[in-house]
Ligand binder design. Structure first.
Ligand code: NZQ
Ligand code: ZN
Length: 381
C-alpha cells in the first residue's frame, strides 16, 4: 500500500423524505442561490419538496445548468451571485448541476474569469459553501471535490478540483423518473469509476480490491432491476450507494489510479456531446485490449472474481474478460463501438492531435499518449 491522506467531510443524508431536512443543514441568515438543470425536478416533485423545505428562507433560483455544464451558462449565475450577495449555494439535480455549482462557488469571489479556474485550479481562493440534493446516481460529485466543466466556445471539457459539498441529500425516490438511458449511462459511469481506481497494479491492497469488486458485483447484480423496474426503492438505493462509494475516495486509499478512459471519454463528449457514461462504455474495452499486458494481473483477478472466468490459458481468460465487460455494457442498452454512435476516424485523429499538442500521458503507467489513445479508439472503431 502506498502512503495516503484521507479526508471526506461531506455529511451524507440518505433516505425517504430527507429533503425536508434541508433548512436545518443551511446556516440561518444566508442568502441562498438554488441551482437547477432543465426542469426534471419539476416533474418528479423534487422542486416542490425543496420549496417547502426552504419556506421562510431568503433564496433565489437559477435555472438552466445543462448536461456537461458550460462555463458560458455558469458565468451568468456567477454574476447574479455577486450582484445579489449570495453566500450559500444549493444544487438540486444531477452531477452536471452540482459540478456547475462547484465552479460558481469557486468563482464568485474570484476577481477574474471562471474559465481561468478550470484551467488552473491553484488560482482558486475563497469558495462559497454549498450543499446539494442529488437526483442522479453516477458522478459521486455529491461526495467528492471534483467538477467537470465544458466550454462551448473552445469545444473543450476539463476536470478540476474545487471542494466537497457541506451536505448531500440522497433520496432514492427522486431517481424513479430517470430515463432508462440515464440509468444505463450512470451505471456505466459508476462501473468505470471503480475501474479507474482498481484496474491498475495487482497486489497493492486486498482490502481496496475487495471493496471495488463488491461495488462491481453489486452493479452487475442490480442492473436488470435498475433498468426494468420503475420504482424499486431498494435497487435504486443500492445503485445510489454504489455511485457515491465509487468515487468518494474510499476505494482509492493507498492504491494506484488510472483515469485514461475518462480523459479520452471527455474528448468524445467535448467534440460530439455524447453522454459521459456512454463514452466510457466505448473507450474502456478498447483500453483493456491495448493495455492487456500492462494490466494482466488485474484483468485476470477481475475476470475470476467478478465474472467467474477461471478456465483456459491466461490469454483466453483475458479475452473472455474483456468480452464479458463489453457484453455487460451492451446489456445496459449502450452501444460499445464508435461507428454505432456516428464517430469516425477524423475524431480519433483529432483526439490524438489534442493529446500530443497538450503533451499529456495518462494512466498508471503515464503512457497513454496521443498515439496510444488513437490505438485504443481504433480498437473499438
Ligand atoms: O437538467 P435536468 O432537467 O435536471 O435533467 C437531467 C439531465 O437532462 C436528467 N435528470 C437528472 N436527474 C433526473 C433526471 N431526469 C429525470 N429524473 C431525475 N431524477 O438527466 C440528464 C443528465 O444529467 P447530468 O447531471 O448531466 O448527468 P450526470 O449526473 O451523469 O452528470 C454528468 C456530468 O458529470 C461529469 C460528467 O463529465 C458530466 O459532465 N462527471 C463528474 C464527476 C465528478 N464531479 O466527480 C465525475 C464523473 O467522472 C463525470 O466526469
Ligand atoms: Zn465518470
Amino acid at each position: 500500500m502506498e502512503n495516503f491522506i484521507f479526508r471526506n467531510p461531506t455529511k451524507l443524508i440518505f433516505g425517504k423524505g430527507m429533503i425536508a431536512r434541508l433548512s436545518k443543514e443551511i446556516p440561518e441568515g444566508r442568502k441562498i442561490m438554488v441551482t437547477f438543470g432543465g426542469g426534471s425536478v419539476k416533474k418528479n416533485g423534487v422542486y416542490d419538496q425543496v420549496v417547502e423545505a426552504l419556506r421562510g428562507r431568503d433564496y433565489i433560483e437559477f435555472w438552466g445548468i445543462e448536461p456537461n455544464p458550460k462555463v458560458e451558462t455558469l458565468r451568468k449565475a456567477i454574476e447574479i451571485c455577486r450582484r445579489e450577495g449570495v453566500d450559500f449555494l444549493l444544487s438540486v439535480g444531477g452531477g452536471s448541476v452540482l459540478d456547475g455549482t462547484k465552479l460558481i462557488a469557486a468563482a464568485v469571489r474570484y476577481d477574474g474569469d471562471a474559465w481561468d479556474l478550470v484551467l488552473d485550479n491553484s488560482r482558486i481562493g475563497e469558495i462559497l459553501p454549498f450543499g446539494d440534493v442529488m437526483t442522479l446516481p453516477a458522478t459521486a460529485s455529491e461526495m467528492n471535490r471534483n467538477a467537470v466543466i465544458s466550454s462551448i466556445e473552445t469545444k473543450e471539457k476539463f476536470g478540476m478540483k474545487v471542494d466537497y459539498p457541506r451536505f448531500s441529500i440522497l433520496d432514492p425516490q427522486t431517481t424513479f423518473t430517470l430515463p432508462v438511458y440515464q440509468r444505463a449511462a450512470g451505471m456505466a459511469d459508476t462501473f468505470i469509476h471503480v475501474m479507474e481506481q482498481y484496474m491498475t497494479v495487482a497486489g497493492q491492497s486486498p482490502l481496496m480490491d475487495r471493496w471495488s469488486e463488491g461495488i462491481l458485483q453489486t452493479l452487475v447484480e442490480i442492473a436488470p432491476k435498475v433498468l426494468e423496474s420503475e420504482n424499486d426503492y431498494d435497487s435504486m438505493a443500492n445503485y445510489m450507494m454504489c455511485a457515491t462509494m465509487g468515487l468518494n475516495g474510499f476505494i482509492a486509499m493507498g492504491v494506484t489510479e488510472d483515469w485514461a478512459t475518462h480523459q479520452i471519454g471527455h474528448e468524445l463528449t467535448a467534440i460530439h456531446g455524447l453522454t459521459h457514461g456512454h463514452t466510457l462504455a466505448i473507450v474502456f474495452p478498447g483500453l483493456l485490449k491495448v493495455l492487456r499486458e500492462q494490466k494482466k494481473g488485474k484483468i485476470l483477478q477481475y475476470g475470476e472474481r467478478v465474472w467467474g472466468i477461471t478456465g483456459g490459458t491466461e490469454d483466453e481468460r483475458i479475452d473472455r474478460t474483456i468480452d464479458a465487460t463489453e457484453k455487460f455494457f451492451r446489456s445496459l442498452g449502450l452501444q460499445t463501438r464508435l461507428h454505432e454512435v456516428g464517430i469516425g476516424e477524423d475524431t480519433i485523429l483529432e483526439i490524438e492531435r489534442r493529446f500530443n499538442e497538450r503533451g499529456v500521458a495518462f494512466g498508471e503507467g503515464a503512457n497513454v499518449t496521443g498515439t496510444v489513445a488513437r490505438k485504443i479508439l481504433e480498437a473499438v472503431r
